[in-house]
Design a protein around this ligand. Structure first.
Ligand SMILES: NC(=O)c1ccc[n+]([C@@H]2O[C@H](COP(=O)([O-])OP(=O)(O)OC[C@H]3O[C@@H](n4cnc5c(N)ncnc54)[C@H](OP(=O)(O)O)[C@@H]3O)[C@@H](O)[C@H]2O)c1
Length: 335
């Protein structure tokens, strides 16, 4: 019998191995490893494969699934595919799941399908809820700052989403640190504190260390890190070239093959040696390196197979680093 015909029964021991971090100064606990559906869950992808990934995630305590309106391709299809699984396999488990969505990038044509207006955010959220067969999302994010819309309007839309019961919490993504502080203050005044900031962070991209993490700590906002594996560059995937079927080899992804530079590969090879000495894969060491910072609530990974998720979850077996290891990592990254 293949997966399509099977009935999903979640593992009874699904909470035994995952550990959870408090999200900022809120009541919410998030798994140290969360799953995103940006790639591999769209209309172009294989149902049985992403269904197995979602099952594996939930069976291992990954309660948090991150979506956005335009994930696919085509736009909307990742939410629709997730919705199908939420309303069948996961129907009885909505209260054990923490689902997010976002709006902020291009979604539909015309002046109301992009950026940060109240008009766009609230109609997009309605569309996301329909696609996912949900009454509410746990977090609704402004996906990026909009330089041409007053911050009060964008934050007001998040506040309205929460007051309408369509989202339980508000979040922001890709906001630089000073704007994050302002957004947080506006939301607090409105009575809807900002729960979480979603930011790109990895050994290869450390912009959040230049002020954002400090602001998040001061404001009591959690930090969920996206592309923690630099879309696969911080795994063993590209150590010997660009494999067929990988994100860098595919069309319509945000990882161009030109991003797999000899410099990045040389660093990844050295990091890989260090990881092996620690008894870890490079992916596991890259995730552990992020989780060592107590301001990082969760790392939001992508996966194109159950095996990758399995590999990534083993990170939790070793998240500590010696001073020497940390110094060696800094040295490799600085070379
Ligand atoms: N807020 C935002 O603006 C924003 C932007 C981007 C992403 N996100 C969120 O963050 C999530 C994660 O982003 P991401 O997919 O870029 O994260 P990532 O974890 O850095 O990259 C995931 C990719 O790395 C490869 N991979 C993962 N684990 C592996 C392993 N153990 N061994 C070998 N290769 C492995 C796979 O590539 P292959 O497909 O090549 O196998 C996988 O698709 C997204 O799904 C989305 O929810 C948010």
């Amino acid at each position: 019998m293949n997966n399509m015909q099977k009935t999903y029964v979640p593992a009874e021991n699904r909470y035994d191995e995952m550990t959870y971090n408090r999200c900022g100064r809120s009541g919410v606990l998030l798994p140290k490893i969360s799953l995103g559906i940006w790639h591999n869950f769209g209309g172009v992808d294989v149902y049985e494969n992403y269904r197995s990934i979602l099952w594996y995630a939930f069976d291992h305590g990954i309660t948090h699934i991150d979506a956005a309106n335009n994930y696919g391709p085509p736009y909307g299809s990742a939410e629709a595919n997730l919705g199908r699984i939420l309303s069948t396999d996961f129907k009885a488990y909505r209260d054990e799941l923490f689902i997010s969505s976002k709006a902020g990038y291009d979604m539909w044509p015309g002046p109301y399908g992009n950026w940060g207006s109240r008009k766009y955010l609230l109609s997009s959220l309605d569309q996301s809820l329909k696609r996912m067969n949900l009454e509410y999302v746990d977090v609704f994010y402004s996906h990026r700052p909009d330089p041409n819309t007053p911050l009060e309007e964008t934050m007001g839309a998040l506040d309205a989403a929460v007051r309408q019961g369509k989202a339980l919490y508000a979040g922001i993504s890709n906001y630089p640190h000073e704007l994050t502080r302002k957004a947080s203050q506006i939301l607090r005044q409105m009575g809807t504190p900002c729960l979480i900031h979603q930011a790109r962070y990895s050994m290869f991209d450390r912009w959040v260390e230049g002020g954002l993490l400090d602001v998040l700590e001061e404001e009591g906002i959690g930090c969920i890190v996206f592309s923690p594996l630099a879309q696969g560059l911080l795994t063993n995937k590209y150590l010997n070239g660009i494999p067929e079927g990988s994100r860098a080899a595919k069309a319509n992804t945000h990882l161009d093959s030109s991003a797999v530079t000899p410099e990045k590969v040389a660093k990844a090879r050295k990091l890989n040696e260090l990881a092996l000495q620690r008894g870890q894969s490079l992916a596991q060491m890259a995730l552990a390196w992020l989780l060592k910072d107590r301001r990082v609530t969760s790392v939001l990974v992508g996966a194109s197979s159950v095996n990758q998720l399995q590999d990534n979850l083993k990170t939790l077996n070793r998240t500590d680093f010696t001073e020497e290891e940390l110094k060696a990592i800094e040295q490799i990254l600085a070379e």
